[in-house]
Ligand binder design. Structure first.
Ligand SMILES: CC(C)(COP(=O)(O)OP(=O)(O)OC[C@H]1O[C@@H](n2cnc3c(N)ncnc32)[C@H](O)[C@@H]1OP(=O)(O)O)[C@@H](O)C(=O)NCCC(=O)NCCS
Length: 347
């Protein structure tokens, strides 16, 4: 059944080409969405600390030329991304990057994105290992707090950083759901024998984008058409849509990472649909490839898959969804198998 809709060999060679090509590629030509984005003010500020390590560090707005520097930081922090993915995030969240620069090198970064006047999300907070402990990260957080004032910001905190974020927030954080960043090889997908019968899998190009955006909004709550067009439009990404009686019942996307592949988002209406979609996406990549994704702990299919692959899959860390003021729950959170990207939205 999958053979009708998924061109496995073409896809695999496209993925391999992308993985082996570390040059900065142009993901999309032009940007039809710039008009819709609000411009945040440009800032550039040297730090005044007398601590030796931080001297000469400037905190400024990130720009597209910073993609290799931010990717290097992600690599140093062992976050399994790909330079293409970082470039895509720069396009999705134009003006969203704050970077710390020293001697022409990016030594720290953080990403925020304004979906609308009420929803801002943040993440990708990294300082280069050789610069940690000097106050660079603290200054990035203070800059963001100053820039956003009292605004509510949603983010996912790695477990050990919650107390620090709470201190910087100056008030208790509003806490939401938890999830884990998992990675490993998924060899066993526990599909019931007749699971495939009621579904059809389709390539993204065969589905009306407006229908997909509407389906995505039923999960994410706030519509994110521009973000989706760029994320799913990344040339190395493969996206499959799950159809049940002609209606969208799920969708998922997978793309190359530094080590293997990154999966996200993956949303579906129920456990069986999630398993069908996950298997189809994993079938697109070379056997025994590593897959990374952010899994909400509430997802039933996720728990089944983790159990079936406990010898080959590991947990990087647990993350807690938080907001500076009030956490907006995602109604279909239990049906979220993989977030689009931890830093770029509610799910
Ligand atoms: C988290 C990180 C960005 C901090 O950068 P940094 O430049 O070392 O931070 P600073 O020296 O400015 O310290 C800022 C605050 O963070 C706290 N902090 C730093 N590392 C911490 C850690 N591992 N655990 C808990 N708190 C930590 C410091 O105690 C400090 O708090 P204080 O100002 O109240 O004393 C950096 O350690 C890093 O890149 N870590 C790996 C990536 C990561 O985990 N990112 C966060 C994901 S949610």
């Amino acid at each position: 059944m999958f053979g009708n809709t998924v061109r496995r060999h073409v896809t695999i060679s496209r993925f391999f080409n992308a993985v082996s090509n570390e040059r900065l590629s142009s993901v999309l030509v032009g940007d039809p969405f710039c008009r819709l984005r609000t411009q945040r003010p440009v800032f550039q500020r040297p730090l005044t600390s007398t601590t030796e390590g931080i001297q000469g560090v400037t905190i400024r707005r990130g720009r597209i030329e910073d993609v290799p520097g931010v990717w290097q930081l992600s690599e140093e922090a062992m976050w399994n991304t790909h330079q293409d993915m970082i470039e895509t995030l720069f396009k999705m969240c134009e003006n969203g990057w704050t970077v710390a620069e020293k001697d022409g090198n990016v030594v720290g970064c953080c990403l925020t994105h304004d979906f609308n006047d009420d929803l801002t999300t943040g993440g990708h907070f990294i300082v280069s290992p050789k610069m940690r402990g000097y106050g660079v990260g603290g200054q990035i957080l203070r800059n963001i707090a100053e820039e956003y004032g009292e605004r509510n910001i949603h983010f996912s905190s790695i477990s050990y950083m919650i107390d620090t974020y709470e201190r910087y927030n100056g008030a208790p954080l509003s806490r939401g759901d938890t999830g884990g960043k998992y990675f490993g090889v998924f060899k066993d997908i526990p599909l019931p024998p007749d699971a495939l019968r009621k579904y059809h899998l389709s390539d993204l190009r065969q589905v009306e984008l407006s229908d997909l955006i509407e389906y995505d909004t039923s999960f994410h709550v706030v519509p994110r058409p521009e973000m989706l067009k760029i994320w799913l439009g990344q040339t190395t990404a493969e996206t499959l849509v799950l159809l049940e009686k002609g209606k969208i019942a799920g969708y998922g996307s997978i793309r190359p990472a530094m080590n293997g592949f990154y999966l996200g988002p993956l949303y579906a209406e129920n456990t069986i649909g999630t398993l069908v979609l996950f298997k189809a996406l994993v079938d697109l990549i070379p056997r025994d490839s590593n897959v990374d994704f952010f899994l909400p702990h509430a997802n039933e299919a996720g728990q089944l898959i983790l159990k079936a692959n406990e010898n080959t899959v590991g947990l990087y860390d647990t993350f807690h969804k938080c907001a500076r003021k009030s956490y907006i729950p995602v109604l279909k959170w239990n049906n979220v198998f993989a977030l689009l990207f931890n830093e770029c939205g509610l799910c």
